[in-house]
Design a protein. Structure first.
Length: 125
């Protein structure tokens, strides 16, 4: 009613977390031009600050499993991926698979797959 502009903050919190987290970036603008900014993404993603602290959430950290890359434009292109298996990273490009390292910076990064971290097992004597 007062019609005054006021600063405000909106906060979103999660009650539960999935076992698998998929993040898809919008890499094209409204003019259908590709957004080629380099994306820096973490191998470990901690969502603790985005969760309510309750009994439903046992773990808040996710480990990167897959990064899908897109080369091309909105009319066509080519997909390739970095995937992790047995603690080693691999680059998959069609039928060619080669050992790689996790590249946490890429202008082609498009889809990220994270898996919730397993609870650490305590060894006993």
């Amino acid at each position: 009613k007062c019609k005054m502009e006021t600063e405000f903050e909106v906060e979103t919190k999660l009650y539960t977390l999935p076992q698998q987290l998929i993040i898809v970036l919008k890499r094209f603008n409204q003019q259908r031009e590709k957004i080629d900014h380099v994306i820096i993404y973490p191998e470990k993603l901690d969502l603790k600050q985005f969760t309510f602290q309750n009994q439903n959430i046992q773990r808040e950290a996710f480990q990167l499993e897959t990064v899908v890359l897109h080369s091309g434009n909105c009319w066509g292109g080519h997909y390739s991926a970095f995937v992790v298996g047995e603690k080693n990273w691999f680059y998959c490009n069609d039928s060619i698979v080669s050992k790689s390292s996790a590249n946490c910076e890429d202008s082609r990064a498009y889809v990220f797959s994270y898996k919730i971290e397993e609870a650490e097992v305590q060894e006993s004597d």
